[in-house]
Structures are given as structure tokens and as C-alpha cells.
Design a protein around this ligand. Structure first.
Ligand code: GDD
Ligand code: MN
Length: 372
């Protein structure tokens, strides 16, 4: 038995109805090529991993990486490609929207040495997306394509595509710099590698899903903006920063509302506190409420791929509060000092909160949701 020349990586989430048909079509399309299929399943509740392993039990070309406690298309693709030892790796969706019949042609481009990466594209002569995208999704896709070409300056006509093939050695070089967040793995690879990567394109017709539903949603759209931001700033800004910024802004609003409520409520005549003391107490309360809501939102959004659950969430929350309390103390001090000087409640409150937020970001990434 010879080992595979081409690894086909298939990210899956809730695709049980598609895997058998995909393997059947790969078998037809890749006759005469030593291939293997690596499914990377994020513990789909519909039992996709089990379905793949049933096939794998009778077909040694098929295997399955079942990831638990993690979600994310890009991360799944990276992990699948890095598990390969073949000289060439491809990524294809499980839902049969991508035309597997062009795979041998893509491989030929790589073997001839004319390209390091071949991207399948819907947007050149011979390709089309009308079959597989609704009118709304088509418009979003074209807008995103346009934005990307303007902002990132990639040579790809279809940077949103999740269908490509490349030399594994090139992938291994860029892998440590890729983001596991979001849908846009091809764009990330092309933008990260820059001029070092010779890219060819192969048109195809995007068709309808075979079974199941799309996993695309608003959150994935925001993640995409984060990736654009990262690539525009030469990876200075982490893609997850955009979420942290959104959560931080919400936290600031929560903070100011609570602060205002406290100032109104606590200033009842029953509390004979001096102005400064009242403000201090209010700022402390507002800080803790905002800190709690920030923890919950960051756990759901910003660090979704490292989400803490059950006991580790409680532990994480306590650690978060502990680490942030130093920041909170400084925050209250700064705010009180500013308030004492100027008596502008919202300016003092916001300045303290912003300083606290910067500290929280650094501490969170380092200690609470650290990379495992
Ligand atoms: N492991 C894993 N984890 N796989 C995932 C996840 C995840 O969190 N989310 C989605 N997938 C898998 C799906 O099971 C499918 O095989 C593939 O990734 C694409 O997901 P779809 O949900 O079918 O995406 P789409 O059809 O809406 O989007 C397609 O078109 C876009 C361009 O319009 C994809 O090809 C995108 O990559 C492409 O950008
Ligand atoms: Mn799809």
C-alpha cells in the first residue's frame, strides 16, 4: 500500500446526511490518484463523526478527527491539513456545494510546479455562484469580495471561497500565523503568505446544498471584519479584538447606566454621604456589574473558541475578578480623582472604565482564556 499523495480535508458541523455521498463522489472523481479524506468534525450533535467512522471502518482512505469543546471552520481546516503527511492538501465543504470533479485539474496545476496554491473560484469565466447562493447571500458575498480586494490587496478573484488545494510544505510554513476564528481560511492563508505564494485559479460552478443547512450567521460576518482588520494592520490587531471592542463598548454603556442609577438612587437623604464618597461607592458598583457582563459576553463571543463551561467558567470568573480588581482599584482611584477635580460624572466614569478595559484585555488573554 502506498501512502496518499493528496489529503482532502472536509470540515463538518451537522453534515451527517452528506458524508457518504461526498466519499462516493470523491471516489469517482479521484480514480487513479492516491487520496485520503480527513473529516474534521466539531462534535456535531447529529452524529456526523459516527457516520464518518462507520465509513472509515471499511475504507482505509477515510478518517475522522473528532474535536470536542471547540468550534470553528478555519481552525478545523488548519488542524485537518496539519494532520496530513501527503505532499498536497485540499479543503472542500461537506455539503457538495463545491464541485469535486475539478480536483484532478487542481492537482495537475500543483504537480507541474506552476502554482503553490490553486483556488477554486466562482467569479471568473466558466465559474458561477447562482446555483448555490440566495440573492441576499450572493450580494453579501460580492460585497465582501469587493471589500477584501480593496482592503487586503489579494490576487484572489474569490477570496471568500472555502475550496482550494495547496502544497503541504507551504501550509506548514504559514500555519503558526493563521487564525482559527471565522470562515475565511483561504483569504487568511493568501494574505499571510503574501508574495511568497504562487497562486492559480480554477473556475467552478457553486451548486446547491445536498442535505442539511448552512452555518453562516451574523457572528461569522463580524469575525470576517476582524480578519480584514488583522490583515490590514499586518497582524498587529488580533481578529478577536473586534469582538473585545464591541463587548467593551457595551460594557461601558452598562457601566454608565449603572453609575447613573446609583448616583440617583443612593443620593437619597437616608445616605448622608459626602459627594466624593457617594461617587466612589457608585463607581465600584458600576465597575463590578460591567465586569460581570463583560465576562459573560466575552466568554460567549470573543473567546468563543475557548469558551469556559461549568466549573472552569466559575473558576475563570473568579480569576477574572481577582486579576481585574487591581485594575478596578486604579480605575476607581482615577475616576474619583477626576471627579473631585471637575465634577463631570460621565467623563470621570468613562476614563476610569476605559483604563480598566485595557487592563482587562491584557489579563484576559494572558490568564483567563489562555490558549490551551
Ligand atoms: N468543523 C467545523 N466546525 N466545520 C464547520 C463549522 C465549524 O464550526 N462551521 C461550518 N463548518 C463546515 C460545514 O459543515 C460545511 O462542510 C463547511 O464548513 C461550509 O459551511 P456552510 O455552512 O455550508 O457554509 P456556506 O455554504 O454558507 O458558505 C460557503 O460559501 C462561502 C462563500 O459564500 C463556504 O464554502 C464558505 O467557506 C464560503 O466562504
Ligand atoms: Mn455550504
Amino acid at each position: 500500500m502506498h501512502s496518499a499523495k493528496l489529503s482532502i480535508v472536509v470540515p463538518t458541523y451537522k453534515e451527517r446526511g452528506n458524508v457518504a455521498e461526498l466519499v462516493r463522489r470523491l471516489d469517482l472523481a479521484l480514480a487513479g490518484i492516491a487520496w485520503e479524506a480527513i473529516f474534521v468534525d466539531d462534535n456535531s450533535p447529529d452524529g456526523t463523526a459516527g457516520a464518518v467512522k462507520d465509513i472509515a471502518a471499511n475504507d482505509s482512505r477515510v478518517r475522522c478527527i473528532r474535536r470536542v469543546g471547540r468550534r470553528g471552520l478555519a481552525g478545523a481546516c488548519i488542524e485537518g491539513m496539519l494532520s496530513s503527511a501527503a505532499p498536497y492538501v485540499a479543503v472542500i465543504d461537506a455539503d457538495l456545494q463545491h464541485d469535486e470533479k475539478i480536483l484532478p485539474n487542481m492537482l495537475a496545476h500543483l504537480e507541474s510546479g506552476e502554482a503553490d496554491l490553486v483556488a477554486a473560484t466562482r467569479y471568473v469565466e466558466g465559474g458561477s455562484s447562482t446555483g448555490g447562493l440566495s440573492e441576499k447571500r450572493g450580494a453579501i458575498s460580492r460585497l465582501a469580495t469587493h471589500l477584501t480586494q480593496r482592503l487586503v490587496g489579494t490576487p484572489l478573484s474569490d477570496p471568500m471561497s472555502g475550496f482550494f488545494m495547496m502544497r503541504r510544505d507551504r501550509l506548514e510554513e504559514v500555519a503558526p500565523k493563521l487564525s482559527p476564528v471565522g470562515f475565511k481560511i483561504l483569504l487568511d492563508i493568501a494574505a499571510t503568505a503574501g508574495d511568497r505564494l504562487k497562486i492559480a485559479e480554477q473556475p467552478y460552478q457553486f451548486s446547491e446544498r445536498f442535505a442539511g443547512e448552512s452555518k453562516f450567521n451574523v457572528q461569522i460576518g463580524v469575525e470576517f471584519l476582524g480578519l480584514l482588520l488583522a490583515k490590514m494592520t499586518g497582524d498587529l490587531v488580533d481578529p478577536r479584538f473586534i469582538f473585545f471592542a464591541i463587548v467593551g463598548t457595551l460594557g461601558l454603556i452598562v457601566h454608565l447606566i449603572v453609575l447613573k442609577l446609583c448616583l440617583a438612587f443612593l443620593s437619597a437623604p437616608s445616605l448622608p454621604a459626602s459627594g466624593a464618597d457617594l461617587f466612589q461607592v457608585s463607581q465600584v458598583i458600576a465597575t463590578f456589574v460591567a465586569m460581570t457582563s463583560n465576562f459573560l459576553l466575552n466568554n460567549e463571543l470573543t473567546y468563543r473558541d475557548r469558551r469556559l463551561k461549568g466549573f472552569s467558567a466559575l473558576r475563570g470568573y473568579l480569576l477574572f475578578c481577582l486579576l481585574c480588581s487591581a485594575g478596578a482599584l486604579a480605575n476607581v482611584d482615577l475616576a474619583s480623582w477626576l471627579y473631585a477635580g471637575r465634577s463631570v460624572w460621565w467623563l470621570a466614569g468613562a476614563a476610569g472604565a476605559i483604563m480598566g478595559a485595557l487592563w482587562n484585555y491584557a489579563m484576559s488573554t494572558l490568564f483567563v482564556w489562555r490558549a490551551r
